[in-house]
Design a protein around this ligand. Structure first.
Ligand code: FES
Length: 271
């Protein structure tokens, strides 16, 4: 019989050691207290257990189920639906390469192939030193900067196979890398704790998030009737306070059609 790996956790899962369980239970109580119904805190709790182990383990699923009075099947269904919850341990830096349509045609596929070959690992695997894991990911809503790579969910825009290779080399060597926009990097587990809803304690990190860049706002500017830099006089819509230009309706000229040639005996055979 063929074994098919579904990535589902083996059960029954062991509990966390008591010290870990007590610490996480205190964090979980804080998160649960933010919601009218306890089960609404499931997504933050999954980030919380991911922050503990670098992925959502069977033990983590058991913990979430116990805190929220859910079954492990219910928690597993949610944890395996959302791709941000990992079923295998992530590296300290989890590198996601967008291979969705726009990024793929602009080089995302080549970037992902390059990283697999360069690091000697495949999709969802981690380097032996535990530093870098890679995953091909779907659209990150950053198509205006395609092809995009994310490290622990921070954006690295307009990548090439060469720049992505240098990026993972720098990460593995411990050299500082800065995202193109957004806050500076922290480890995957620290990122997961922030995503669970706990404050980002790094001084100044919240102010580094920044706003949308020019390519992101281009559509908005065009919709407002503004011209884009470098394209003076080019406007695709009128500003709201201007009357739209009156244009005579165009009358379509009937196209001249050649009489259809039919072979003898084929008259009236079309459906
Ligand atoms: S297709 Fe890559 S960010 Fe949208």
């Amino acid at each position: 019989m063929t074994n098919v790996e579904l990535g589902l956790p083996a059960l029954p899962a062991p509990p966390y050691p008591e010290e870990v369980r007590a610490r996480l239970a205190a964090d979980a109580a804080e998160l649960i207290g933010r919601y009218p119904q306890a089960r609404s805190a499931l997504l933050p709790l999954l980030h919380l257990v991911q922050a503990e182990e670098g992925f959502v383990s069977a033990t983590g699923i058991r913990f979430c189920a116990e805190q929220l009075d859910l079954t492990t099947a219910e928690v597993t269904a949610v944890a395996t639906f959302y791709t941000m919850y990992r079923r295998r341990p992530a590296g300290k830096y989890h590198v996601g390469v967008c291979t969705n349509t726009l990024c793929a045609v602009l080089g995302g596929d080549r970037i992902f192939e390059e990283l697999q070959e360069h690091l000697g690992i495949r999709n969802n695997e981690t380097t032996e030193d535990g530093t870098v894991s890679i995953e091909h990911i779907e659209c990150n809503a950053a198509c205006d900067y395609a092809p995009v790579v994310m490290v622990n969910w921070e954006f690295f825009d307009d990548q090439t196979p060469q720049s992505a290779r240098k990026l993972v080399d720098d990460l593995r060597a411990g050299r500082e890398v800065r995202p193109t926009r957004g806050a500076r990097l922290c480890g995957f587990k620290e990122t997961a704790r922030i995503l669970a809803g706990f404050p980002d304690e790094r001084p100044g990190a919240n102010d580094e998030s920044g706003a949308g860049g020019a390519p992101s706002l281009a559509g908005l500017r065009l919709a407002r009737g503004e011209a884009l830099p470098g394209t003076p006089g080019t406007r695709v819509v009128s500003p709201r306070h201007e009357e739209p230009r009156h244009e005579e309706p165009r009358v379509e000229e009937p196209r001249h059609e050649e009489p259809r040639h039919e072979e003898p005996g084929q008259e009236g055979t079309e459906a």
